[in-house]
Design a protein around this ligand. Sequence first.
Ligand code: ATP
Length: 462
Amino acid sequence: MSAEKNGQDLMKKIISLCKRRGFVYPSSEIYGGFAGVYDFGPMGVELANNIKAHWWRVMVQNRSDIVGMDAGIFMNPKVWEASGHVSGFSDPLVECKNCHTRSRADHLLEDVGVAADEKMSDEEINKIFSKNKDKIKCPKCGKQDFTDAKSFNLLVKSNLGDFTQSEADPVYLRGETCQGIYVNYKNVLDSTHLKLPFGIAQIGKAFRNEVTARQFIFRTREFEQMEMQYFTRPENDMQEYEKLKEYRFNALLDIGIKKENLKWSKHENLVFYAKEAYDIEFKYPFGWRELEGIHARGNYDLTQHSKACGQDLDYQDPITNEKFIPHIIESSIGVGRLFLAVIADAYEEEEVEGEMRVVLKIAPKIAPVKVAILPLMKNKEELTQKAKEIFEELKMHFICQYDETQSIGKRYRRQDEIGTPYCVTIDFDSSKDNSVTVRDRDTMKQDRIKIDDLINYFKNNL
Ligand code: ATP
Protein backbone atom coordinates (compact mmCIF):
# COMPACT_ATOMS: atom_id res chain seq x y z
CA MET A 1 0.00 0.00 0.00
CA SER A 2 1.31 3.49 -0.82
CA ALA A 3 2.27 5.83 2.02
CA GLU A 4 -0.55 8.17 1.02
CA LYS A 5 -3.15 5.41 1.09
CA ASN A 6 -1.78 4.18 4.42
CA GLY A 7 -2.11 7.69 5.79
CA GLN A 8 -5.69 8.04 4.55
CA ASP A 9 -6.56 4.70 6.14
CA LEU A 10 -4.98 5.68 9.42
CA MET A 11 -6.84 9.03 9.40
CA LYS A 12 -10.13 7.19 8.86
CA LYS A 13 -9.36 4.89 11.78
CA ILE A 14 -8.44 7.81 14.02
CA ILE A 15 -11.59 9.78 13.12
CA SER A 16 -13.71 6.70 13.74
CA LEU A 17 -12.04 5.98 17.08
CA CYS A 18 -12.45 9.62 18.14
CA LYS A 19 -16.20 9.42 17.47
CA ARG A 20 -16.72 5.88 18.84
CA ARG A 21 -14.94 6.54 22.10
CA GLY A 22 -16.14 10.07 22.78
CA PHE A 23 -13.07 12.12 21.88
CA VAL A 24 -14.33 14.27 19.00
CA TYR A 25 -17.73 14.67 17.35
CA PRO A 26 -18.57 16.69 14.24
CA SER A 27 -20.38 19.89 15.28
CA SER A 28 -24.21 19.91 15.19
CA GLU A 29 -24.15 16.43 13.70
CA ILE A 30 -27.90 15.79 14.00
CA TYR A 31 -28.40 18.76 11.65
CA GLY A 32 -25.94 17.44 9.10
CA GLY A 33 -22.86 18.95 10.73
CA PHE A 34 -21.19 22.35 10.44
CA ALA A 35 -18.01 22.59 8.41
CA GLY A 36 -14.82 23.55 10.17
CA VAL A 37 -16.09 23.07 13.73
CA TYR A 38 -15.76 20.05 16.00
CA ASP A 39 -16.93 19.25 19.53
CA PHE A 40 -14.91 17.46 22.20
CA GLY A 41 -16.77 14.60 23.89
CA PRO A 42 -16.27 13.16 27.41
CA MET A 43 -12.81 11.71 26.66
CA GLY A 44 -11.84 14.58 24.36
CA VAL A 45 -12.47 17.27 26.93
CA GLU A 46 -10.32 15.40 29.47
CA LEU A 47 -7.48 15.01 26.99
CA ALA A 48 -7.73 18.62 25.79
CA ASN A 49 -7.78 19.85 29.40
CA ASN A 50 -4.72 17.74 30.22
CA ILE A 51 -2.89 19.09 27.16
CA LYS A 52 -3.69 22.66 28.20
CA ALA A 53 -2.73 21.99 31.83
CA HIS A 54 0.59 20.54 30.68
CA TRP A 55 1.28 23.61 28.53
CA TRP A 56 0.38 25.92 31.41
CA ARG A 57 2.64 24.01 33.79
CA VAL A 58 5.56 24.16 31.37
CA MET A 59 5.03 27.75 30.24
CA VAL A 60 3.78 29.48 33.41
CA GLN A 61 4.09 27.40 36.56
CA ASN A 62 7.65 26.25 35.90
CA ARG A 63 8.85 29.71 34.87
CA SER A 64 9.41 32.61 37.22
CA ASP A 65 9.77 34.94 34.20
CA ILE A 66 6.39 34.15 32.55
CA VAL A 67 2.90 35.08 33.74
CA GLY A 68 -0.51 34.13 32.39
CA MET A 69 -3.51 36.16 31.31
CA ASP A 70 -6.88 35.69 29.65
CA ALA A 71 -8.17 38.39 27.30
CA GLY A 72 -11.65 38.68 25.81
CA ILE A 73 -12.42 37.17 22.42
CA PHE A 74 -13.86 40.50 21.23
CA MET A 75 -11.53 43.46 21.00
CA ASN A 76 -11.62 47.01 19.76
CA PRO A 77 -11.67 46.76 15.92
CA LYS A 78 -8.71 49.18 15.81
CA VAL A 79 -6.53 46.36 17.17
CA TRP A 80 -6.99 44.40 13.93
CA GLU A 81 -6.32 47.42 11.77
CA ALA A 82 -3.10 48.23 13.60
CA SER A 83 -1.92 44.63 13.56
CA GLY A 84 -2.34 44.47 9.78
CA HIS A 85 -5.03 41.78 9.88
CA VAL A 86 -7.77 43.87 8.24
CA SER A 87 -5.61 44.57 5.22
CA GLY A 88 -3.30 41.58 5.11
CA PHE A 89 -4.59 38.50 6.93
CA SER A 90 -5.63 36.52 3.91
CA ASP A 91 -5.16 33.33 1.95
CA PRO A 92 -5.11 33.02 -1.85
CA LEU A 93 -8.40 31.46 -2.94
CA VAL A 94 -9.08 29.76 -6.28
CA GLU A 95 -12.37 28.25 -7.39
CA CYS A 96 -12.82 25.28 -9.69
CA LYS A 97 -14.85 26.51 -12.67
CA ASN A 98 -16.45 23.09 -13.04
CA CYS A 99 -17.65 22.12 -9.53
CA HIS A 100 -17.11 25.46 -7.73
CA THR A 101 -15.00 23.88 -4.98
CA ARG A 102 -12.81 26.50 -3.35
CA SER A 103 -9.21 25.73 -2.53
CA ARG A 104 -6.10 27.52 -1.30
CA ALA A 105 -3.84 28.16 -4.28
CA ASP A 106 -0.71 27.79 -2.14
CA HIS A 107 -1.87 24.38 -0.89
CA LEU A 108 -2.69 23.13 -4.42
CA LEU A 109 0.80 24.20 -5.48
CA GLU A 110 2.44 22.54 -2.47
CA ASP A 111 0.51 19.34 -3.27
CA VAL A 112 2.31 19.14 -6.62
CA GLY A 113 5.66 19.93 -5.07
CA VAL A 114 5.87 23.64 -5.91
CA ALA A 115 6.92 25.91 -3.06
CA ALA A 116 4.30 28.59 -2.41
CA ASP A 117 3.23 30.69 0.49
CA GLU A 118 0.04 32.34 1.68
CA LYS A 119 2.03 35.55 2.14
CA MET A 120 2.78 35.95 -1.59
CA SER A 121 0.91 38.65 -3.52
CA ASP A 122 -1.98 37.64 -5.79
CA GLU A 123 0.18 38.53 -8.77
CA GLU A 124 3.08 36.32 -7.64
CA ILE A 125 0.89 33.35 -6.84
CA ASN A 126 -1.07 33.64 -10.12
CA LYS A 127 2.19 33.64 -12.04
CA ILE A 128 3.39 30.43 -10.36
CA PHE A 129 -0.08 28.92 -10.61
CA SER A 130 -0.39 29.43 -14.36
CA LYS A 131 3.14 28.07 -14.90
CA ASN A 132 2.11 24.83 -13.17
CA LYS A 133 -1.51 24.65 -14.25
CA ASP A 134 -1.06 21.40 -16.17
CA LYS A 135 -0.13 19.61 -12.95
CA ILE A 136 -2.87 21.00 -10.68
CA LYS A 137 -6.21 19.24 -10.36
CA CYS A 138 -9.35 20.16 -8.42
CA PRO A 139 -9.30 17.96 -5.28
CA LYS A 140 -13.03 17.29 -5.73
CA CYS A 141 -13.72 16.73 -9.46
CA GLY A 142 -10.21 16.43 -10.88
CA LYS A 143 -10.75 19.12 -13.56
CA GLN A 144 -7.97 21.61 -14.29
CA ASP A 145 -9.87 24.84 -14.85
CA PHE A 146 -9.57 27.43 -12.08
CA THR A 147 -10.39 31.08 -11.53
CA ASP A 148 -7.49 33.45 -10.80
CA ALA A 149 -6.28 33.44 -7.19
CA LYS A 150 -7.79 36.20 -5.07
CA SER A 151 -6.87 37.16 -1.53
CA PHE A 152 -9.56 36.12 0.89
CA ASN A 153 -9.53 37.77 4.34
CA LEU A 154 -9.67 35.27 7.20
CA LEU A 155 -11.07 37.52 9.94
CA VAL A 156 -14.53 36.46 11.13
CA LYS A 157 -16.94 39.38 11.53
CA SER A 158 -19.65 39.69 14.16
CA ASN A 159 -22.50 42.14 14.67
CA LEU A 160 -21.60 42.75 18.32
CA GLY A 161 -22.97 46.09 19.49
CA ASP A 162 -24.18 47.03 16.01
CA PHE A 163 -27.82 47.83 16.77
CA THR A 164 -28.27 49.81 13.59
CA GLN A 165 -26.97 47.01 11.38
CA SER A 166 -24.77 49.57 9.69
CA GLU A 167 -21.92 47.17 9.00
CA ALA A 168 -19.51 50.02 9.69
CA ASP A 169 -16.40 49.01 11.65
CA PRO A 170 -17.34 45.37 12.29
CA VAL A 171 -16.25 43.81 15.55
CA TYR A 172 -14.19 40.72 14.75
CA LEU A 173 -13.85 37.47 16.59
CA ARG A 174 -10.12 37.39 17.29
CA GLY A 175 -8.03 35.70 14.62
CA GLU A 176 -5.20 34.98 17.06
CA THR A 177 -4.86 35.25 20.81
CA CYS A 178 -1.55 37.12 20.91
CA GLN A 179 -3.12 40.52 20.11
CA GLY A 180 -4.77 40.33 23.56
CA ILE A 181 -1.28 39.98 25.00
CA TYR A 182 0.24 42.89 23.02
CA VAL A 183 -2.48 45.33 24.02
CA ASN A 184 -2.08 44.32 27.68
CA TYR A 185 1.72 44.35 27.74
CA LYS A 186 1.82 47.71 29.50
CA ASN A 187 -0.86 46.70 32.02
CA VAL A 188 1.08 43.58 32.93
CA LEU A 189 4.29 45.53 33.23
CA ASP A 190 2.66 48.14 35.48
CA SER A 191 0.83 45.64 37.69
CA THR A 192 3.58 43.06 38.31
CA HIS A 193 7.18 43.00 39.46
CA LEU A 194 8.43 41.82 36.07
CA LYS A 195 11.50 43.20 34.33
CA LEU A 196 12.82 42.29 30.88
CA PRO A 197 13.08 39.62 29.71
CA PHE A 198 9.63 38.32 30.60
CA GLY A 199 6.78 36.51 28.94
CA ILE A 200 2.99 36.54 28.91
CA ALA A 201 1.14 33.31 28.17
CA GLN A 202 -2.45 32.75 27.17
CA ILE A 203 -4.75 29.92 26.13
CA GLY A 204 -7.93 30.81 24.28
CA LYS A 205 -10.22 30.51 21.30
CA ALA A 206 -9.42 32.00 17.91
CA PHE A 207 -11.51 32.11 14.76
CA ARG A 208 -10.51 32.11 11.10
CA ASN A 209 -12.55 31.91 7.95
CA GLU A 210 -10.35 29.10 6.62
CA VAL A 211 -10.97 28.59 2.90
CA THR A 212 -10.74 24.84 3.22
CA ALA A 213 -11.37 23.38 6.63
CA ARG A 214 -10.08 19.87 5.98
CA GLN A 215 -8.06 17.20 7.70
CA PHE A 216 -10.34 16.77 10.70
CA ILE A 217 -9.30 18.91 13.69
CA PHE A 218 -5.98 19.93 12.05
CA ARG A 219 -7.52 23.00 10.42
CA THR A 220 -10.78 24.30 11.84
CA ARG A 221 -12.57 27.64 11.73
CA GLU A 222 -12.95 27.76 15.51
CA PHE A 223 -9.91 26.56 17.45
CA GLU A 224 -7.91 27.15 20.56
CA GLN A 225 -4.39 28.53 20.68
CA MET A 226 -1.73 28.33 23.37
CA GLU A 227 0.56 31.30 22.84
CA MET A 228 3.43 32.84 24.73
CA GLN A 229 4.92 36.22 23.85
CA TYR A 230 8.36 36.89 25.31
CA PHE A 231 9.59 40.48 25.61
CA THR A 232 13.34 41.08 25.41
CA ARG A 233 15.94 43.80 25.03
CA PRO A 234 16.52 44.33 21.28
CA GLU A 235 20.06 42.98 21.38
CA ASN A 236 19.06 39.80 23.24
CA ASP A 237 16.15 38.57 21.15
CA MET A 238 17.97 35.99 19.02
CA GLN A 239 19.69 34.47 22.02
CA GLU A 240 16.31 34.13 23.78
CA TYR A 241 14.83 32.83 20.54
CA GLU A 242 17.27 29.90 20.46
CA LYS A 243 16.44 29.10 24.09
CA LEU A 244 12.71 29.18 23.39
CA LYS A 245 13.09 26.89 20.38
CA GLU A 246 14.87 24.29 22.47
CA TYR A 247 12.46 24.70 25.39
CA ARG A 248 9.38 24.19 23.23
CA PHE A 249 10.81 21.19 21.37
CA ASN A 250 11.56 19.52 24.70
CA ALA A 251 8.06 20.32 25.95
CA LEU A 252 6.60 18.35 23.04
CA LEU A 253 8.87 15.42 23.85
CA ASP A 254 7.81 15.74 27.48
CA ILE A 255 4.15 15.38 26.54
CA GLY A 256 5.12 12.04 25.03
CA ILE A 257 5.46 12.74 21.30
CA LYS A 258 8.14 10.62 19.65
CA LYS A 259 11.19 12.52 18.50
CA GLU A 260 11.15 10.90 15.06
CA ASN A 261 7.70 12.40 14.44
CA LEU A 262 8.89 15.97 15.01
CA LYS A 263 11.16 18.15 12.88
CA TRP A 264 12.13 21.78 12.37
CA SER A 265 11.13 23.69 9.28
CA LYS A 266 12.51 27.13 8.55
CA HIS A 267 10.30 29.79 6.90
CA GLU A 268 11.90 30.74 3.61
CA ASN A 269 9.52 33.65 2.90
CA LEU A 270 9.62 35.82 5.98
CA VAL A 271 7.09 38.61 6.53
CA PHE A 272 8.98 41.88 6.23
CA TYR A 273 9.27 42.57 9.98
CA ALA A 274 10.21 39.04 11.11
CA LYS A 275 13.82 38.28 12.00
CA GLU A 276 13.51 34.53 11.87
CA ALA A 277 10.71 31.97 11.90
CA TYR A 278 10.67 28.24 12.40
CA ASP A 279 7.84 25.76 12.67
CA ILE A 280 7.94 22.48 14.50
CA GLU A 281 6.30 20.04 12.13
CA PHE A 282 4.65 16.78 13.11
CA LYS A 283 4.39 13.76 10.87
CA TYR A 284 0.59 13.61 10.60
CA PRO A 285 -0.97 10.68 8.71
CA PHE A 286 -1.40 13.12 5.77
CA GLY A 287 2.26 14.23 5.86
CA TRP A 288 4.58 16.64 7.67
CA ARG A 289 2.61 19.75 8.69
CA GLU A 290 3.02 22.72 11.03
CA LEU A 291 2.23 21.88 14.63
CA GLU A 292 3.77 24.91 16.34
CA GLY A 293 5.26 28.20 15.22
CA ILE A 294 8.23 29.85 16.97
CA HIS A 295 8.92 33.29 15.60
CA ALA A 296 11.22 36.24 16.24
CA ARG A 297 8.98 39.24 15.48
CA GLY A 298 11.32 42.17 16.15
CA ASN A 299 9.55 45.20 17.64
CA TYR A 300 6.82 45.26 14.97
CA ASP A 301 3.77 44.47 17.10
CA LEU A 302 4.31 46.97 19.89
CA THR A 303 5.50 49.63 17.44
CA GLN A 304 2.35 49.24 15.35
CA HIS A 305 0.07 49.46 18.39
CA SER A 306 1.97 52.37 19.85
CA LYS A 307 1.64 54.33 16.58
CA ALA A 308 -2.02 53.46 16.11
CA CYS A 309 -3.22 54.17 19.66
CA GLY A 310 -0.89 57.13 20.25
CA GLN A 311 0.37 55.73 23.55
CA ASP A 312 3.94 55.29 24.60
CA LEU A 313 4.62 51.55 24.84
CA ASP A 314 8.31 51.98 25.60
CA TYR A 315 10.03 50.02 28.30
CA GLN A 316 12.23 52.01 30.63
CA ASP A 317 15.28 50.21 31.91
CA PRO A 318 15.20 50.57 35.72
CA ILE A 319 18.97 50.93 36.00
CA THR A 320 20.05 52.94 32.96
CA ASN A 321 16.69 54.74 32.41
CA GLU A 322 17.13 54.04 28.73
CA LYS A 323 13.82 53.76 26.83
CA PHE A 324 13.03 51.40 23.97
CA ILE A 325 10.34 49.17 22.52
CA PRO A 326 11.04 45.55 23.49
CA HIS A 327 11.48 42.88 20.86
CA ILE A 328 9.17 39.90 20.88
CA ILE A 329 9.72 36.21 20.35
CA GLU A 330 6.68 33.98 20.39
CA SER A 331 5.58 30.39 20.49
CA SER A 332 2.14 29.46 19.23
CA ILE A 333 0.44 26.09 19.05
CA GLY A 334 -3.14 24.97 18.46
CA VAL A 335 -4.79 22.70 21.03
CA GLY A 336 -6.56 20.73 18.25
CA ARG A 337 -3.34 20.26 16.27
CA LEU A 338 -1.52 18.99 19.34
CA PHE A 339 -4.51 16.81 20.29
CA LEU A 340 -4.43 15.17 16.84
CA ALA A 341 -0.65 14.79 17.01
CA VAL A 342 -0.90 13.12 20.44
CA ILE A 343 -3.52 10.65 19.19
CA ALA A 344 -1.77 9.90 15.88
CA ASP A 345 1.56 9.46 17.67
CA ALA A 346 0.03 7.12 20.28
CA TYR A 347 -2.22 5.04 18.00
CA GLU A 348 -1.08 1.43 17.67
CA GLU A 349 -2.59 -1.77 16.39
CA GLU A 350 -1.28 -5.02 17.81
CA GLU A 351 -2.20 -8.61 17.22
CA VAL A 352 -3.01 -10.35 20.47
CA GLU A 353 -3.99 -14.02 20.43
CA GLY A 354 -5.20 -13.79 16.87
CA GLU A 355 -7.21 -10.61 17.46
CA MET A 356 -6.44 -7.01 16.65
CA ARG A 357 -6.00 -4.73 19.65
CA VAL A 358 -6.15 -0.96 19.12
CA VAL A 359 -4.34 0.92 21.85
CA LEU A 360 -3.60 4.58 22.45
CA LYS A 361 -0.21 4.66 24.14
CA ILE A 362 -0.67 8.21 25.42
CA ALA A 363 1.72 9.43 28.11
CA PRO A 364 -0.04 8.54 31.39
CA LYS A 365 0.20 12.15 32.62
CA ILE A 366 -2.21 13.32 29.89
CA ALA A 367 -4.38 10.19 29.56
CA PRO A 368 -8.09 11.07 29.96
CA VAL A 369 -8.65 8.28 32.50
CA LYS A 370 -5.78 7.05 34.67
CA VAL A 371 -7.33 3.98 36.29
CA ALA A 372 -10.35 1.86 35.33
CA ILE A 373 -11.99 -0.17 38.09
CA LEU A 374 -13.61 -3.28 36.74
CA PRO A 375 -15.44 -5.95 38.76
CA LEU A 376 -14.88 -9.26 36.96
CA MET A 377 -18.64 -9.76 36.57
CA LYS A 378 -21.72 -7.65 37.12
CA ASN A 379 -24.64 -8.61 39.38
CA LYS A 380 -22.23 -10.26 41.83
CA GLU A 381 -22.41 -8.13 44.88
CA GLU A 382 -19.24 -9.42 46.49
CA LEU A 383 -17.40 -8.09 43.41
CA THR A 384 -19.28 -4.88 42.67
CA GLN A 385 -19.39 -3.70 46.27
CA LYS A 386 -15.64 -4.10 46.71
CA ALA A 387 -15.05 -2.47 43.29
CA LYS A 388 -17.19 0.52 44.22
CA GLU A 389 -15.33 0.91 47.52
CA ILE A 390 -12.01 0.93 45.62
CA PHE A 391 -13.41 3.43 43.11
CA GLU A 392 -14.53 5.78 45.93
CA GLU A 393 -11.04 5.64 47.41
CA LEU A 394 -9.01 6.00 44.21
CA LYS A 395 -11.14 8.74 42.65
CA MET A 396 -9.88 11.09 45.36
CA HIS A 397 -6.40 10.79 43.83
CA PHE A 398 -6.79 9.98 40.13
CA ILE A 399 -9.36 10.35 37.35
CA CYS A 400 -11.01 6.93 37.47
CA GLN A 401 -13.76 5.14 35.65
CA TYR A 402 -15.97 2.45 37.12
CA ASP A 403 -17.30 -0.01 34.54
CA GLU A 404 -19.23 -3.24 35.04
CA THR A 405 -20.81 -3.60 31.59
CA GLN A 406 -19.84 -6.28 29.05
CA SER A 407 -17.20 -9.01 29.31
CA ILE A 408 -13.87 -8.21 30.92
CA GLY A 409 -12.09 -8.64 27.56
CA LYS A 410 -14.31 -6.02 25.91
CA ARG A 411 -13.81 -3.65 28.80
CA TYR A 412 -10.02 -4.01 28.51
CA ARG A 413 -10.25 -3.22 24.78
CA ARG A 414 -12.36 -0.17 25.51
CA GLN A 415 -9.85 1.13 28.06
CA ASP A 416 -6.99 0.41 25.62
CA GLU A 417 -8.75 2.51 22.99
CA ILE A 418 -9.09 5.50 25.29
CA GLY A 419 -5.51 5.10 26.51
CA THR A 420 -6.16 4.21 30.17
CA PRO A 421 -2.76 3.23 31.61
CA TYR A 422 -4.11 0.85 34.29
CA CYS A 423 -7.11 -1.43 34.80
CA VAL A 424 -7.92 -2.80 38.23
CA THR A 425 -9.90 -6.05 38.21
CA ILE A 426 -11.74 -7.25 41.29
CA ASP A 427 -12.27 -11.03 41.27
CA PHE A 428 -13.59 -13.69 43.62
CA ASP A 429 -10.28 -13.95 45.45
CA SER A 430 -10.14 -10.23 46.16
CA SER A 431 -12.22 -10.35 49.34
CA LYS A 432 -10.12 -13.28 50.59
CA ASP A 433 -6.60 -11.98 49.88
CA ASN A 434 -7.49 -8.28 49.88
CA SER A 435 -5.75 -7.98 46.53
CA VAL A 436 -6.69 -7.08 42.98
CA THR A 437 -5.20 -7.58 39.52
CA VAL A 438 -3.63 -4.51 37.97
CA ARG A 439 -3.20 -4.68 34.19
CA ASP A 440 -0.68 -2.48 32.41
CA ARG A 441 -1.98 -0.99 29.15
CA ASP A 442 1.26 -1.21 27.20
CA THR A 443 2.68 -4.55 28.29
CA MET A 444 -0.69 -6.14 29.21
CA LYS A 445 1.19 -7.64 32.15
CA GLN A 446 -0.96 -8.34 35.19
CA ASP A 447 0.24 -7.84 38.75
CA ARG A 448 -1.46 -8.89 41.94
CA ILE A 449 -1.47 -5.86 44.25
CA LYS A 450 -2.77 -5.43 47.81
CA ILE A 451 -5.77 -3.11 47.86
CA ASP A 452 -4.13 -1.03 50.60
CA ASP A 453 -1.07 -0.50 48.38
CA LEU A 454 -2.99 0.67 45.29
CA ILE A 455 -2.71 4.41 45.87
CA ASN A 456 1.04 4.22 46.35
CA TYR A 457 1.42 1.87 43.41
CA PHE A 458 -0.34 4.32 41.08
CA LYS A 459 1.37 7.37 42.56
CA ASN A 460 4.72 5.74 41.78
CA ASN A 461 3.77 4.58 38.32
CA LEU A 462 1.68 7.41 36.94
P1 ATP B 1 -1.20 27.33 8.58
O1 ATP B 1 -0.04 27.76 7.72
O2 ATP B 1 -1.25 25.85 8.85
O3 ATP B 1 -2.51 27.91 8.16
P2 ATP B 1 -0.52 29.50 10.25
O4 ATP B 1 0.91 29.68 9.89
O5 ATP B 1 -1.56 30.40 9.69
O6 ATP B 1 -0.94 27.97 10.01
P3 ATP B 1 -0.26 30.69 12.79
O7 ATP B 1 -1.02 31.89 12.43
O8 ATP B 1 1.21 30.77 12.94
O9 ATP B 1 -0.64 29.49 11.81
O10 ATP B 1 -0.94 30.07 14.10
C1 ATP B 1 -0.19 29.49 15.12
C2 ATP B 1 -0.66 28.09 15.45
O11 ATP B 1 -2.08 28.05 15.62
C3 ATP B 1 -0.36 27.07 14.36
O12 ATP B 1 0.93 26.57 14.48
C4 ATP B 1 -1.42 26.02 14.62
O13 ATP B 1 -0.98 25.11 15.63
C5 ATP B 1 -2.58 26.81 15.15
N1 ATP B 1 -3.57 27.06 14.08
C6 ATP B 1 -3.55 28.06 13.16
N2 ATP B 1 -4.62 27.99 12.36
C7 ATP B 1 -5.35 26.93 12.79
C8 ATP B 1 -6.59 26.36 12.37
N3 ATP B 1 -7.30 26.87 11.39
N4 ATP B 1 -7.05 25.28 13.03
C9 ATP B 1 -6.35 24.75 14.06
N5 ATP B 1 -5.18 25.25 14.50
C10 ATP B 1 -4.68 26.33 13.89
